[in-house]
Design a protein around this ligand. Structure first.
Ligand code: B3K
Ligand code: ZN
Length: 868
């Protein structure tokens, strides 16, 4: 106990500026696995080469002791343990070192290293899971060629997969068999993978631009094969897209994907053998929503794109994580934008950024896109590294323009192929190929916090000009009290308030000082400013635009994102006034919503339903809270419900029209998706209006739906209400899908997100449900994770929500620290609330931080949340 306390009191902090090249390299490694869920033997044969120091070979481990150590073929006991590490003195500059360990995959509840899921064995190594499999220099700048041999019981584990290409296989006595794989591309240990199990494949092939035939396979339980079609289609689309847009071809003869049910996050880009959370592979119309279909395509593409941005070029150290993640998110966003409506995709991505990254940047866990220090790297797979990182790439692409950006990525892929690189090297390629100076832009990588840009427009009628005055500031974040101005590429345009005509062309302004004045000529009437079009910079715009100007832009702006944004701002201003001052001036919003609905599908470029659905949706309760000094969850909820009710009532006929079931059979097309999305939004407004028949209409949609999107949309509406049809629908849904874990997750999640008064009690009861388990990360997230983002329910004034989350988190930490730590951020928002709530949240954070035996994952998040 004392040890634990001491360890926690002095956590090891890793610092970016402490980087040293590896002392030893491992050009080649052969691994031999005698697979058994209870006791797997791992023999590693490493060719090691002295690189940068005179010291002994130091190998990372995680609690195991070697059963044998051999140097140049001779057993030795000249080794020692230092903490979890194995230290072997070596006389020369090149040796062959062999070790043997025994591990127990079936007792691995952390789901890092080699573990069991659904009777199969699989691995997850990023970031530091490989050391749980064997002793190794487990850092991303040690690149090795891997040869992997597996032996296993043939009936239980008929399929044996590893990275690279299959080399040979055979049978052994005693019902066992073996297979050997070889990956010719040197890679870091975090990209190692193996899978052993009873799996069936959906196979296909892809011919690359240069004529290489690649055998594709998605491996799942036999019964799930029909649900792999969409993922396989997405994979082929992604392969072709990366050739066309980035000139990147696939480089091995096989590409395997395996879906597993127990997985700490979305998926993993292991070279040639991607391993996926099954929720990002399995889909059919009856069990997956349009949202799921989109997410599957995005994640399949993301992991595939990592083959170049991640595997061929990896990260020098984990501080450079955004080098592969930010860039790869940017690439998958581009892919998804090209599959359907680019405008709707951008809206969804910005919504996500605002929901997850902006609050992170504004709270105690804020960190730069390239952090300076960490305690546990697993805590840094954040919205900042991924999504803000992608925004940084997007801004560079805007500054360089399409040909310059493509020249920049070509140079990067060419210059750093086969290397472990840094964010700085990426920027240097952009700078050189684009012929631009990115000196000041680099500040984005080191400075945390979301810049706020205040904007004012002055119209000078006398000379028909306008001056746009800009000022930027970034609030302090932990460890960074003083902020520098950043380079903000802001797309802007002026429209005439009277005529509605465009007064200027769109201009890309690089705003890089604290203040700037931008002059526009030919401004013949009072201008309305459209700024940060396409969300060209990830900033908060603070402007004094009136409700009338926002309503005008929401109807006339020719940039769809800006149109959406104007509507959001109008809604936000209305909701903030409602929550803070109790005002209920809903007229402007209702009119803007009505106009948007009226513009839908009308002749000559009418709005598409998917866009309309996004545009008429109110900002979330949390996003409203983010605009207010002290969040009052009840007041925000009431203000939002009041606005929803009024929008529902005033536009009753339109909502009824939009949620009329169509005769068209389900199809996963942009049009079909848009219609379904609008249908669920319309149903929500109808229910909010208090229409007596709303529940019956929702129930009809629920029962009549031929797809999960409509069914879950209706279920959410019913679950939010008080009609007796609610219980019926939840029961029908449960019974219908009881054998499908991914759909049961939706059943838990829908209830955890419900705005009902009793959601806290319901969630606590659901945590006792026989189908609830913390051992499965998807299930834990679907109940506890979803509850944490239900602002009103989670922040119940008596603190019961905080206590529940802390209880679950502490229990999960004993099994799976990485996933437990991800549940903590809702408690980190304590400074945003009134004294009573803040004290209760702090109390739970202190209880968590003081829990004996706590993981360093959770300790880092809890202690930083208390300090920040
Ligand atoms: N690179 C992995 C994430 C690993 C998370 C480790 N805690 C998946 C991805 O970003 O594609
Ligand atoms: Zn990634």
């Amino acid at each position: 106990m004392l040890d634990v306390q001491t360890a926690l009191a002095t956590p090891v902090v890793h610092r970016r500026d402490a980087y040293r090249p590896p002392e030893w390299l491992v050009p080649a490694v052969s691994l031999d696995f005698a697979l058994d869920p209870a006791a797997t033997r791992v023999r590693a044969r490493m060719e090691v080469a002295r690189n940068a120091a005179a010291g002994p070979l130091r190998l990372d481990g995680a609690g195991q002791r070697p059963l044998a150590v051999l140097v140049d073929g001779v057993a030795t006991d000249d080794w020692r343990m230092e903490g979890d590490g194995l230290v072997i003195p070596l006389p020369g500059d090149a040796h062959v070192v062999e070790t043997e360990v025994e591990i127990a995959p079936d007792r691995n509840t952390q789901l890092m290293g080699l573990y069991a899921s659904g009777g199969n064995l699989c691995t997850q190594c990023e970031a530091e899971g490989f050391r749980r499999i064997t002793f190794f220099p487990d850092r991303p700048d040690v690149l090795s060629v891997y040869r992997v041999r597996m032996t296993a019981e043939a009936t239980r584990f008929p399929i044996l997969l590893a990275n690279g290409d299959p080399v040979a296989q055979g049978t052994l006595d005693g019902g066992r068999h073996w297979a050997e794989w070889h990956d010719p591309f040197p890679k870091p240990s975090y990209l190692f993978a193996l899978v052993a199990g009873d799996l069936a494949a959906n196979r296909d092939s892809f011919t690359t631009a240069s004529g290489r035939e690649v055998a594709l396979a998605i491996w799942v339980r036999e019964a799930d094969l029909p649900r792999t079609v969409h993922a396989l289609d997405a994979l082929k689309l992604a392969m072709a897209w990366d050739e066309r847009v980035y000139g990147r071809e696939y480089d091995l003869d096989v590409f395997n994907i395996v879906a597993v049910d127990d997985f700490n996050f979305g998926a993993m880009e292991n070279k040639g053998l991607n391993i996926f959370n099954s929720r990002y592979i399995l889909a059919d119309p009856d069990t997956a929503t349009d949202y799921d279909y989109d997410a599957i395509a995005a994640v399949v593409a993301h992991e595939y794109f990592h083959n170049w941005s991640g595997d061929r070029i990896t990260c020098r150290d984990w501080f450079q994580l955004s080098l592969k993640e930010g860039f790869t998110v940017y690439r998958d966003q581009g892919f998804s934008a090209d599959q359907g409506s680019a405008a709707v995709k951008r809206i969804e991505d910005v919504r996500g950024l605002r929901a997850a990254q902006f609050p992170e940047d504004a709270g105690p866990l804020a960190h730069p896109v390239r952090p300076d220090s960490y305690q546990e790297i697993s805590n840094f797979y954040t919205a900042t590294i991924y999504n803000k990182g992608a925004e940084l790439i997007r801004m560079m692409a805007a500054i360089l323009g399409p040909p310059g950006f493509r020249a920049g990525t070509d140079l990067y892929f060419d210059r750093h192929d086969g290397q472990a690189a840094t964010c700085e090297q990426f920027v240097a390629c952009m700078e050189q190929a684009g012929g631009v100076d990115l000196d000041r832009f680099r500040r984005w990588y080191g400075q945390a916090g979301t810049p706020r840009v205040s904007v004012a427009v002055e119209h000078r009628e006398a000379d028909a000009s306008a001056i746009v005055r800009l000022a930027q500031r970034t609030l302090p974040t932990p460890g960074q009290p003083d902020k520098l101005p950043l380079v903000l590429p802001l797309r802007m345009k002026l429209f005439g308030a009277g005529t509605g005509a465009a007064l200027t062309d769109e201009r890309l302004v690089l705003f890089e000082e604290s203040t700037a004045e931008i002059a526009f000529a030919g401004v013949t009437e009072r201008p309305v400013l459209s700024i940060n079009r396409g969300f060209s910079a990830p900033v908060i715009i603070e402007s004094d635009r009136s409700a009338a100007d926002l309503a005008f832009l929401s109807a006339h702006d020719d940039d769809p994102f800006a149109r959406y944004e104007a509507m959001q701002q109008l809604m936000l201003d209305t909701l903030v006034a409602g929550a803070v001052e109790g005002r209920a001036d809903h007229g402007a919003v209702i009119e803007a919503v009505a106009n948007t609905l009226a513009d839908m599908g009308s002749q000559g470029g009418g709005l598409d339903p998917a866009f309309v659905a996004e545009a008429v949706l109110l900002p979330s309760e949390s996003f409203v809270g983010d605009q207010i000094a002290t969040v009052d969850p009840e007041a925000i909820f009431r203000a939002r419900e009041a606005l929803r009710r009024d929008i529902g009532r005033r536009l009753d006929a339109r909502w009824r029209a939009a949620c009329t079931p169509s005769d068209a059979a389900y199809a996963y097309t942009p049009e079909g998706k848009g219609t379904r999305r609008l249908r669920s939004v319309a149903l929500g407004y109808l229910a909010a209006s208090g229409a007596p028949d709303a529940a019956a209409i929702a129930f009809r949609q629920f029962e009549g739906a031929d797809n999960m999107t409509d069914r879950q949309g209706a279920l959410s509406v019913l679950a939010a209400g008080t009609s007796e049809l609610r219980e019926a629908a939840l029961d029908i849904f449960y019974n219908r899908h009881a054998d499908n874990a991914l759909v049961l997750d939706k059943w838990f999640q829908t209830q955890a997100l419900s705005p009902r008064d009793d959601t806290g009690d319901q969630v606590r009861a659901l945590s006792e449900h026989p189908d609830f388990t913390l051992a499965n990360p998807n299930r834990a997230r679907s109940l506890v994770g979803a509850f944490g983002v239900n602002q009103r329910a989670f922040n119940a004034p008596d603190g019961a929500g905080y206590r529940f989350l802390a209880d679950q988190l502490i229990a999960l930490d004993r099994l799976n620290p990485q996933t437990a730590a991800k549940l903590l951020p809702p408690l980190a928002r304590w400074r945003r609330f009134d004294e009573g709530r803040a004290a209760l949240m702090r109390g739970e954070l202190e209880r968590i931080a003081g829990t004996p035996g706590l993981s360093k994952d959770v300790f880092e998040q809890a202690s930083k949340s208390l300090e920040g």
